[in-house]
Design a protein around this ligand. Structure first.
Ligand SMILES: NC(=O)C1=CN([C@@H]2O[C@H](COP(=O)(O)OP(=O)(O)OC[C@H]3O[C@@H](n4cnc5c(N)ncnc54)[C@H](O)[C@@H]3O)[C@@H](O)[C@H]2O)C=CC1
Ligand SMILES: O=C([O-])CC(=O)C(=O)O
Length: 338
């Protein structure tokens, strides 16, 4: 037993798409204790497709070369049955990324089948307590298909990543006000991780000159918050692809860490974050859809922040993104029906 983590059993974490670019930015943070704590040892299962096993070997060598005390094992794999066995946390990154000019839902037919097969595998092999985060696009609908195929895993264990959009929203407000991002809180991403998402700053607050105030009051630019802000956040992924010729990876990995850390340790008092969840019907959203909501977390339990007021403008945007999710769900069910 190492000097850290005395008395705690190691947790087993699965990362799919482990030979890809997001995983390359993610693994150091997971293995160094930045996400699950400096006293939590980890065993990491790295799943990718067979042709990537050689690349995975290189990733394993690099983790070994980091000489990280919390790492109790790293296993490169190409078999879902082995990869999902007894995992405590599963991060589903493995999927095709989009190219310039595509929408994320254009990936649906290629990627959704992966999530059907992996849903069947978690149903058979993962612990029923496994915490699941879907990153691969279209993330909400892939998460829906994963959950459909793993009926014995509790619904509240399924989440998808909209934290990158949440962080982008914070970044935009902070940079407009020329303040640190840590002084901005309670933005919301509603709906789909797509260009129909609704980045909502109506309840966001900022701390400026030592005073906490609504972001709307601090910015004094409602037009920007209702138009450019929304559209910049909605289209940020596409802007990164246009510039980098590859989709976001460093910021996606950082957002994955923020999402999992908050799930593991809880959110701060009076603060919320955004997560894609299987809807329980809150805010009139179709039950069962994977929709991004503002959430607070205590003791591992995720609760949707309730009773935030909607007006005609916000309701319309919340409904538009829901409509797209219903269409994606129907297309995904068709694509996975045999
Ligand atoms: N939800 C979000 O906020 C974000 C989602 N993404 C999405 O994440 C996904 C991964 O992105 P990158 O790492 O940049 O892509 P990448 O192409 O660099 O890596 C993807 C990896 O997945 C592997 N893979 C493919 N099929 C697999 C399967 N059946 N099982 C296991 N592994 C499999 C590939 O071989 C590859 O190594 C993409 O779908 C991308 O669109 C990217 C950024 C943000
Ligand atoms: O835009 C993409 O395709 C990758 C992604 O999900 C993001 O950067 O938010």
């Amino acid at each position: 037993m190492s000097s850290t983590g005395e008395g705690k059993s190691p947790i087993r974490i699965l990362i799919t798409g482990a030979a890809g670019q997001i995983a390359y930015s993610l693994l150091y943070q997971i293995c160094s204790g930045d996400v699950f704590g400096q006293d939590q040892e980890v065993i990491v299962n790295l799943l990718d497709i067979t042709p990537m096993l050689g690349v995975l070997q290189g990733v394993v060598m690099e983790i070994e070369d980091c000489a990280l005390p919390l790492v109790k094992g790293v296993f490169p794999m190409d078999k879902e049955d082995e990869a999902f066995k007894d995992v405590d946390v599963a991060i589903f990154v493995g999927a095709m990324p989009r190219k310039e000019g595509m929408e994320r839902k254009d990936l649906l037919s290629a990627n959704v089948k992966i999530f059907k097969s992996q849903g069947i595998a978690i149903e058979k092999f993962a612990k029923k307590t496994c915490k699941i985060l879907v990153v691969g696009n279209p993330a909400n609908t892939n998460c829906f298909i994963l959950a459909q195929n793993a009926p014995s895993i509790p619904r509240e264990n399924f989440t998808c990543l909209t934290r990158l959009d949440h962080n982008r929203a914070i970044g935009q407000i902070a940079s407009k006000l020329k303040i640190s991002p840590k002084l901005v809180k309670n933005v919301i991403i509603w709906g789909n991780h797509s260009s129909t998402q609704f980045p909502d700053a109506r309840f966001a607050t900022v701390k400026a000159n030592d005073k906490e105030m609504p972001a709307y009051d601090a910015l004094k630019d409602d037009n920007w918050l209702k138009n450019d802000f929304v559209s910049i956040v909605q289209k940020r992924g596409a802007a990164v692809i246009a510039a980098r010729k590859l989709s976001s990876a460093m910021s996606a990995a950082k957002a994955i860490c923020d999402h999992m850390r908050d799930w593991w340790f809880g959110t701060k008092d009076h603060e919320w974050v955004s997560m894609g969840l299987i809807s329980d019907g809150s805010y009139g959203i179709e039950k069962g859809l994977v929709y991004s909501y503002p959430v607070q977390i205590k003791g591992g339990k995720i609760s949707i922040v309730q009773d935030l007021k909607t007006d005609d403008w916000s309701r319309d945007l919340m409904d538009k993104t829901q409509k797209e999710l219903v269409e994606e769900k129907n297309d995904a069910l068709k694509a996975t029906s045999n």
